[in-house]
Design a protein around this ligand. Structure first.
Ligand code: GUN
Length: 295
């Protein structure tokens, strides 16, 4: 049995960031403007702090301006809305990202809809979700955009493929389904109430797993030769007994990778697959937003 090609998201995203750095240089030369990304973090969630720091470091690394805003965990919704309003009108800011999840006392849809859709580099604003749904995408959510790049890299044209998206979140599942549809796939979206998931999976040429359950998708569900994109980032106890006893953890995806790699033709690993693509696509969206705003 031949093993699947391991899709190297780390290398792909590194090449993409090099290309973005070139785009930023050209943009500076042509328009005398440095693209700027404002990243807003409310509270102290440890995982969010790590993600936000990474986004800021990579923004600077491609030659863009990174503007950081930190609000206290008990900052009011109005304080956050006031900050967004200021950033919406700041000509040095081309992209605005409010890190999710927000504290419970803040209404997330209200915040996302306060961001100028032309600066919405997450692609979460209803205007951008609507544009994607009617097939005129502008700023596309970063994780699904990254998945599409990896799929097109593996398969070339996706036309006519059966694609199964497992998970229907607004951040990944729904926009992913829209992008696959725009690429002429026949798309099925599965979720917690789906009855015949294994059967649907066996018919899929492309499986995108975004459920947040470790090793949820089994090798026996896959059609031989399927391309598998694993969006999951799940923290589980370390495998090694001593490490486990010491409370160490490791990150695994939503797919049983080792077994699935024996059936699939190509598969993304976790870590090192989809994860690194998300930030690269955020930077890509920021350059795109800067182009749109200054043209
Ligand atoms: N939290 C987890 N993923 C994301 C993302 O893609 N964007 C934002 N803003 N917050 C997140």
């Amino acid at each position: 049995m031949t093993e699947a090609i391991i899709i190297d998201g780390k290398e792909f995203s590194s090449n993409l960031r090099n290309k973005i750095a070139e785009d930023v240089k050209t943009f500076k030369k042509e328009r005398n403007v440095v693209p700027g990304l404002a990243v807003v973090l409310v509270g102290e969630d440890p995982a969010s702090r790590i993600y936000v720091r990474k986004k800021e470091e990579m923004t600077t690394a491609v030659g863009m301006n990174s503007l950081s805003y930190r609000l206290d965990a008990n900052a009011s919704q109005q304080e956050l809305l006031d900050l967004i309003e200021t950033l919406n009108h700041d000509p040095a800011v081309h992209g605005i990202l409010v890190q999710l999840p927000l504290p419970k006392h803040i209404d997330t849809p209200t915040i996302l809809e306060a961001i100028d859709p032309d600066k919405d580099v997450d692609g979460f604003h209803v205007v951008n979700a609507g544009r994607l749904a009617i097939g005129t995408p502008s700023l596309v959510p970063c994780t699904p955009a990254g998945c599409m790049m990896l799929l097109e890299h593996s398969l070339g044209s996706l036309k006519g493929k059966n694609a199964l998206v497992i998970g229907r979140s607004t951040i990944v599942g729904r926009p992913m389904a829209q992008l696959l549809l725009a690429a002429d796939c026949t798309v099925t979206v599965a979720h917690r109430h789906t009855k015949n998931l294994e059967e649907l999976c066996r018919q899929a040429d492309i499986v995108v797993a975004a459920v947040g359950i470790p090793h949820f998708v089994k090798a026996s569900w896959l059609k031989p030769g399927a391309v598998v994109i694993d969006v999951g980032i799940n923290r589980v106890p370390a495998e090694d007994e001593a490490a486990k006893a010491a409370g160490k953890t490791r990150i695994v995806g939503d797919v049983d990778f080792v077994e699935a790699a024996k059936v699939a033709s190509a598969i993304t690993p976790v870590p090192g697959g989809v994860g690194p693509m998300t930030i690269a696509c955020l930077l890509n969206n920021t350059v795109q937003a800067a182009r749109n705003l200054t043209s």
